[in-house]
Design a protein around this ligand. Structure first.
Ligand SMILES: *[C@@H]1O[C@H](CO)[C@@H](O)[C@H](O)[C@H]1NC(C)=O
Ligand SMILES: *[C@@H]1O[C@H](CO)[C@@H](O)[C@H](O)[C@H]1NC(C)=O
Ligand SMILES: *[C@@H]1O[C@H](CO)[C@@H](O)[C@H](O)[C@H]1NC(C)=O
Ligand SMILES: *[C@@H]1O[C@H](CO)[C@@H](O)[C@H](O)[C@H]1NC(C)=O
Length: 355
């Protein structure tokens, strides 16, 4: 416990020193707490390369990626490690679990480091000037889908989801339309979990067809391979023609367009609907597109600030250590929380559990 807290506090002086030096130049550091080689890291690397080649020369702003070098660290240590390298922003992907994401957002808030989050980690997310949500809020896919359903006039549907943790997100669909809203017409909703640990969905699909007798099917899975397998097997079972109809909450369904549009001799004769969040040319995965947006936002923010004569250092409001209590050996949760005077109550509660 003590060790971790000390790690949060100690590097700050060094961080300030490096930050001010980095900021005097045209090259800025964007941080990620993801490991090298992970999707999140590779997405950020791509996004930074893209900014540097498309906007680097005319804006005189270039970015480099900063990530933790040690792999097995916990998230506080990772944050400390990247903060020491003077970052102008942290891009937070959706690969962290909820607690870790909250911790990082709290640290960004406290240390005044802009955090660009690609996913809302919970319905009660951290509220901070330093945390910007770029991606959809949690449950947005389900809400969009339920609005779309209004135009379908379905009398019922099957909602199939992949992970137990998806349920919170899916509540807008599970509570779709109270009877009162439909003029007394009852909407039948069945909810089932997709089979685990298998690529064989035929037994599940047969069950849907013959036992559940459902033809309106909503599939919630963030894994595009799962959707591909499922659709291919549905076609094999003649479930890709009327009266079957599919809606996917996944925002990457458009990547399967060639497959769905009969490019490879196969055919789908039913309605298949998906959502698309980010229009991007070339077409790319939502997470990659959002990461590009995040880097673009950071780049343009710095650019505009310079245009109006603002020093990046000034606006980013770097932590001024001399105004903060310095207690490197803070031990327990309660004592730490008392010293973190800048933290709103809700975050303090959260951080107490983590530190
Ligand atoms: C999936 O696996 C979990 C545990 O790993 C289990 O609790 C759940 O019942 C399984 N669901 C299905 C549909 O097989
Ligand atoms: C997606 O599903 C495929 C096939 O089931 C699996 O091999 C892969 O590991 C999954 N990807 C993720 C990120 O879970
Ligand atoms: C597909 O959806 C449209 C409305 O969006 C509907 O008019 C049409 O009947 C549907 N087709 C099938 C085969 O379900
Ligand atoms: C930091 O705060 C101290 C005390 O309030 C002040 O004297 C000092 O000028 C500040 N430094 C910066 C860089 O803002």
């Amino acid at each position: 416990m003590q060790e971790k807290c000390r790690l949060v506090w100690c590097p700050i002086a060094l961080f300030l020193l490096l930050a001010s030096r980095a900021l005097a130049e045209d090259r800025f550091h964007i941080g990620t707490i993801a490991n090298r080689g992970s999707f999140a890291y590779e997405h950020l690397r791509y996004a930074i390369d893209r900014w540097n080649s498309e906007h680097g020369s005319h804006t005189h702003i270039k970015f480099s990626i900063v990530s933790p070098i040690r792999y097995d660290n916990n998230y506080e240590e990772r944050m400390c490690e990247i903060m020491q390298q003077g970052i102008v922003a942290v891009v937070l992907s959706n690969e962290e679990d909820e607690q870790d994401a909250q911790l990082i957002k709290s640290m960004c808030h406290y240390f005044n480091i802009p955090c660009l989050s690609l996913a809302s980690s919970s319905l009660r997310d951290t509220v901070s000037d330093f945390v910007t949500l770029l991606g959809p809020s949690r449950g947005a896919g389900a809400r969009a889908t339920s609005e779309f359903l209004d135009s379908m006039r379905w009398t019922g549907f099957l909602l199939a989801y992949q992970h137990g943790t998806d349920l919170e997100e899916l509540s807008p669909l599970m509570q779709y339309k109270q009877i009162a809203d439909t003029g007394g017409r009852r909407i039948h909703i069945k909810v089932r979990r997709l089979p685990n640990n298998t690529d064989d969905y035929e037994p599940f699909l047969k069950h849907v067809k013959t036992r559940l007798k459902q033809t309106n099917i909503i599939i919630h899975s963030n894994n595009i391979t799962v959707l591909y397998n499922l659709l291919q097997q549905a076609r094999g079972l003649n479930m890709a023609e009327p009266p079957f109809s599919y809606v996917f909450t996944n925002t990457d369904l458009s990547l399967l367009e060639d497959f769905l549009n009969n490019m490879y001799g196969a055919s789908f004769h039913c309605n298949i609907t998906g959502l698309q969040l980010v229009k991007n040319d070339p077409m790319m995965k939502t997470q990659l597109a959002l990461t590009s947006e995040a880097v673009y936002v950071a780049g343009m923010a710095i650019y505009r600030m310079r245009e109006v004569g603002l020093d990046v250092k000034g606006l980013w409001k770097w932590l001024n250590l001399s105004t903060r209590p310095r207690t490197p050996t803070i031990g327990g949760n309660v004592r730490l929380a008392r010293h973190l005077d800048g933290w709103p109550n809700n975050e303090r509660r959260h951080s107490e559990g983590n530190f």
